[in-house]
Design a protein around this ligand. Structure first.
Ligand SMILES: Nc1ncnc2c1ncn2[C@@H]1O[C@H](COP(=O)(O)OP(=O)(O)OP(=O)(O)O)[C@@H](O)[C@H]1O
Ligand SMILES: [Mg+2]
Length: 224
């Protein structure tokens, strides 16, 4: 088992109110598995993804990755763990506008002890994989939405993580670019055995996964 989520509870405090967002979530994701996470707006999908990726911590419950418990770690430990194990893909790419494609993809590697030459090799491999070797010195503003998302995918895989977390990765793209991004995820899944947890509102995108998990009001209501 790659990811094991058990009894995870998460609430946010807004002023005097406490909002319960995840109400005891259990979820297993196998190594190399592709899971689609669907559910209404506000059901807790992004919150769950952030907890799995170590971007946030639950109030209670357990999150194990490769049998390592993530809950209870310090922020510094989580940051180091994230840089080696998790690739993140966001709806709006989250690329830095002042960096070109090469520099954006190189970012996660600056936290490692790879040499400059090794970093260059990894970055070129990742950009080649997403079909953008001829755009390495382009800035985000000089690329289309679909190309920017492919740069973001190159950044997510450059450190060779075991799993990818994607939050509505095609949400801002036209049909053709969305299809390109899904084909790329498919490729990473089948050729490189990456596990993927993908949030999507589009049933057509969700179908590409091995498994469909439905979240409603912070509870998993279907898993097929
Ligand atoms: N940092 C935060 N502080 C306070 N409340 C938050 C915070 N993050 C999320 N919430 C609340 O938690 C609930 C779930 O949010 P979440 O972003 O996980 O939903 P979602 O399923 O991803 O929705 P969407 O499909 O719209 O992206 C919402 O009611 C939201 O307002
Ligand atoms: Mg969300």
């Amino acid at each position: 088992m790659l990811i094991q989520v058990r009894g995870v509870v998460k609430s946010y405090v807004k002023g005097s109110e406490t909002v319960l967002v995840l109400d005891g979530v259990d979820l297993d994701v196998d190594a190399g598995e592709w899971v689609s996470l669907m559910g209404p707006s506000g059901s807790g999908k992004t919150t769950l993804l952030n907890l799995i990726g170590g971007l946030d911590v639950p109030d209670s419950g357990s999150i194990c990755v490769n049998d390592d418990e993530m809950v209870g770690r310090t922020n510094a430990e989580l940051a180091a763990w994230r840089s080696r194990n998790v690739g993140y893909i966001f709806q709006l790419y989250n690329l830095l506008p002042v960096l070109d494609a090469f520099q954006n993809v190189e970012m996660p590697l600056l936290l490692t002890n790879l040499s400059r030459k090794e970093r260059r090799e990894h970055v070129m491999t990742a950009l080649d994989l997403v079909g953008l070797s001829d755009r390495i010195d382009h800035y985000p503003a000089q690329l289309s939405g679909g190309q920017n998302q492919r740069v973001a995918i190159a950044r997510a895989i450059v450190a060779d993580p075991a799993f990818l977390l994607a939050d509505e990765p095609t949400g801002d793209l036209d049909r053709k670019s969305a299809e390109d991004v899904l084909n790329l995820l498919q490729d990473l899944h089948t050729r490189f055995k990456k596990a993927i947890v993908m949030v999507t509102h589009d049933p057509h995108c969700a179908e590409r996964a091995d498994r469909l998990v439905h979240l409603e009001k912070g509870v998993i209501v279907a898993d097929t």
